[in-house]
Design a protein around this ligand. Structure first.
Ligand code: PLP
Length: 405
């Protein structure tokens, strides 16, 4: 199917504007995507038609809001092919999902001297929560290295695994390199040794078809704001037998069955992990975002983004002194680069004056920056609403900026 990109773009009001009198070119999609009118309408509709606190009240508004909230849970279940809706826990984002697992898995399964393997290409949010947990438990973090093409050294994995290894934490897609990691293979190795696997899907869920059963992962996390949905909403998927064994992450309303000063019992899944009033309107509007991407078709948007990636990569490689970090064939629409003699921050700031939004800096991946011996990069990241014409504008602007330096 060929996508009608111009028609799709009409759904995104923010893309219609000019920045410094030039049409906006939004290439910061790995940081956060923009929302189609359908998602904005869903958010608006929740507040204007059926807003009430979910699960707890017997009145009409609360009931409608509860139904809509739970419908999104079913949509997420179906999107990632989880077995049951009990396994879909709403959080405020990937970061919170990781902190939840690091805390609760740590409490249930980690002893002093145990080891957690974390890859070198991780976002800080898939490193620091494990470090905090390791600090509390006296456990150790072991790094799974990458090579200079941005490929995980899977062949090292078996050597890194010891009798103390309890969990492997790895990104499905790197937010800097775009590398798509072989999750099914890593899971197979982990499970053959009785080790659990946590997958950070923040950069994968917006671009790939995810099937948690096929991947056989133990935990999977994603963020709605990177998937054309509202910010402040995320998901944690977990295997039921594991989630059942984990203690709650936070205490409060909703997560309890019965509270007594003599002792409290906890609610069933998924509510055991959803303490307090969640982002009700955000979750409901996330349902609209899922409908939107499924209407386009994940395969269709992935194919278009791949075309954009190839087009931009070829053009960028034609620029003298430009180096791309992350050159794996299995790659999503993220390009990180530096240009000899020009600081990434200057490049980004000047591109902004051309109406082009890219990200600069360490991209919350200091260990990865250390691997390449750099402080940061420029990162252009694509979504299905981007066009080849925008890439042309970007390349021309980039050449002008480089010439200025
Ligand atoms: N993991 C990866 C790979 C990311 O790219 C990001 C955000 O950029 C996160 C985790 C954190 O996501 P959030 O800020 O939505 O919690």
């Amino acid at each position: 199917m060929t996508l009608d990109i111009q028609k799709i773009r009409e759904d995104f009001p923010i893309l219609q504007q000019k920045i410094y009198n030039r049409p906006l070119v939004y290439f910061d999609n790995a940081a956060t995507t923009q929302r189609p009118q359908q998602v904005i309408d869903a958010l608006n509709k929740t507040y204007t038609e059926y807003y009430g606190n979910i699960h707890r009240a017997a009145h009409f508004l609360a009931d409608k809001a509860t139904t809509a909230y739970e419908e999104t849970r079913e949509k997420v279940r179906s999107l990632i092919n989880a077995e049951t809706r009990e396994q879909i826990i709403f959080t405020k984002g990937t970061t919170e999902s990781i902190n939840l697992v690091a805390f609760s898995f740590g409490e249930a399964f980690i002893q002093a001297e145990d080891e957690i393997i974390v890859s070198e290409m991780e976002h800080h949010s898939n490193i620091v929560p494990w470090q905090l947990m390791a600090g509390r438990k006296g456990a150790k973090i072991v790094m799974l290295p990458i090579d200079d093409d941005g490929r995980l050294q899977i062949e090292d994995l078996e050597k890194l695994i010891t009798s103390r290894t309890k969990l492997i934490a790895v990104a499905h897609v790197s937010n800097v390199l775009g590398t798509i990691n072989p999750i099914a293979e890593i899971t197979r190795i982990a499970h053959s040794k009785g080790i659990r696997i946590f997958v950070d899907g923040a950069q994968a869920a917006p671009h790939l078809h995810i099937d948690v059963q096929k991947l056989d992962v133990d935990f999977y996390a994603l963020s709605a704001h990177k998937m054309y949905g509202p910010n402040g909403v995320g998901v944690l998927y977990g295997k039921k037998e594991l989630l059942d064994q984990l203690p709650p992450y936070q205490g409060g309303g909703e997560m309890i069955s019965e509270v007594k000063f003599s002792g409290t019992t906890y609610n069933d899944l998924p509510y055991k992990f959803e303490a307090g009033t969640p982002n009700i309107s955000g979750v409901i509007a996330f349902g609209a975002a899922i409908d939107y991407i499924r209407n386009i078709g994940i395969e269709n948007l992935a194919a278009w983004e791949h075309e954009l990636l190839n087009y931009a990569t070829e053009k960028l490689l034609g620029i003298p002194g430009l180096r791309i970090y992350g050159t794996q064939p299995e790659k999503s629409g993220v390009i990180s680069f530096n240009v000899d003699g020009v600081h990434f921050f200057d490049l980004g700031t000047m591109l902004d004056k051309f109406g082009i939004a890219v990200r600069t800096g360490h991209h919350c991946a200091d260990p990865l920056m250390d691997h390449f011996g750099i402080q940061g990069t420029v990162r252009a990241s694509f979504a299905f609403y981007n066009t080849k014409e925008e890439i042309d504008v970007f390349i021309e602007a980039l050449k002008k900026v480089i010439a200025m330096f």
